[in-house]
Design a protein around this ligand. Structure first.
Ligand code: ZN
Length: 92
């Protein structure tokens, strides 16, 4: 019954959109977080497009995720645990 009154929309708004909203480029091939466009964090090069350092491609999907999820994925990578996200582009 709470769902019918918009509880899920309210929870999404408070706990995601107004909290730690983040748009991350996710690689379509390997499912990891790619390097954002115009970022200098990967060496000294600047890429105009988002780029996956593992696959060396620019086949990425801009995905809305909580920033805490990004941190979780990166902390797991630091422990050599790969968290793969299967992404499908939005159909318009
Ligand atoms: Zn990749």
């Amino acid at each position: 019954m709470a769902v019918a009154h918009g509880a899920s929309a309210f929870a999404k708004d408070r706990m995601f959109e107004q909290s730690d909203y983040y748009v991350a480029p996710i690689c379509k091939t390997c499912g990891t977080i790619a390097i954002p466009a115009n970022s200098k964090t990967y060496g000294t090069s600047v890429y105009r497009k988002a780029r996956c350092p593992s696959c060396k491609t620019s086949e990425v999907v801009e995905t809305e995720i909580p920033y805490s999820t990004k941190r979780l994925v990166q902390m797991a990578q630091g422990m050599h645990i790969k968290l793969k996200m299967n992404v499908v582009p939005k159909s318009t």
